[in-house]
Design a protein around this ligand. Structure first.
Ligand SMILES: [Zn+2]
Length: 252
């Protein structure tokens, strides 16, 4: 039953495409989960090897892995990377297996991933991988890694697409919005660990407001619930997934 599910398994996994996605999309909620006693894992499909105008892919991957690890460390989280390439993330047999093996080792009771429709296809492919891995990881024969007793289909939430818009420009309607007013400062410090990206976004996107853009989005979501900052999610409620809104239960 869903009600006992959470009390048995207080491990959360964010599985997103790139280093800094977790900090932008759901880190405030991760801080709240950490404060509530949860174990936090932050995983990315890539090490961000194309997030640069100046470094080679090996150097920037090393830099960004260190940045992501430092950000995770601020909330005592463990960072994982599947080692895929930026722009090359695909939903195929080999990558599904890597994702399933990650889920098998972490055995999460709660998962955050990208919106099914988002501005970049890496995000959409990771969303599919997370959906597949979350559904499968508790099946004994799907992985050679040992199966932990808490393994079962977890709560699954989709983070906002970038700017809260799908690729056709339609606004996503959240099912769940979490107040992160008290966590915004830590979320900002986590994002600031990704120093290389402030420069990369300035050069490639013409954005000079790496952290301010995150702040503006948090403020926009805060308006939905009458607070100064929030993060929004859409809960996956398909067959076999626990469909009670555990985040709302925990934090409202
Ligand atoms: Zn991304």
């Amino acid at each position: 039953m869903a009600a006992t599910h959470t009390s048995e398994n207080r491990t959360v996994l964010t599985f997103l495409a790139h280093p800094d996605d977790a900090e932008i999309l759901c880190a405030g909620t991760l801080v709240r989960l950490k404060d509530a006693g949860w174990t936090i894992h932050i995983a990315t499909a890539t090490a961000g090897d194309c997030g640069t105008m100046t470094e080679n892919r090996w150097d920037i991957s090393s830099i960004r892995t260190k940045e992501a690890t430092a950000a995770a460390k601020l909330i005592g989280a463990t960072y994982h990377c599947l080692g895929e390439g930026d722009g090359l993330v695909v939903y195929d047999k080999a990558t599904i297996q890597k994702a399933v093996d990650l889920f098998r080792r972490v055995a999460p009771g709660l998962v955050f991933t990208h919106a099914p429709k988002d501005y970049m296809l890496d995000h959409e492919q990771v969303s599919l991988l997370a959906r597949s891995a979350s559904f499968l990881y508790g099946a004994p024969n799907i992985s050679l890694h040992p199966i932990l007793p808490r393994s079962r289909v977890p709560y699954l939430y989709y983070c906002d697409p970038v700017e809260g818009l799908d690729p056709l420009g339609h606004e996503v309607e959240p099912t769940t919005t979490i107040d992160i007013t008290a966590q915004l400062e830590t979320k900002s410090r986590m994002l600031a660990c990704h120093a290389s990206q402030r420069e990369w976004l300035r050069a490639h996107h013409g954005m000079d407001e790496y952290i301010d853009a995150m702040m503006r989005h948090a403020a926009m979501r805060g308006k939905l619930i009458g607070t100064s900052a929030a993060e929004s999610f859409v809960q996956h409620r398909g067959h076999a997934y626990p469909n009670d809104d555990v985040l709302a239960t925990l934090f409202s």
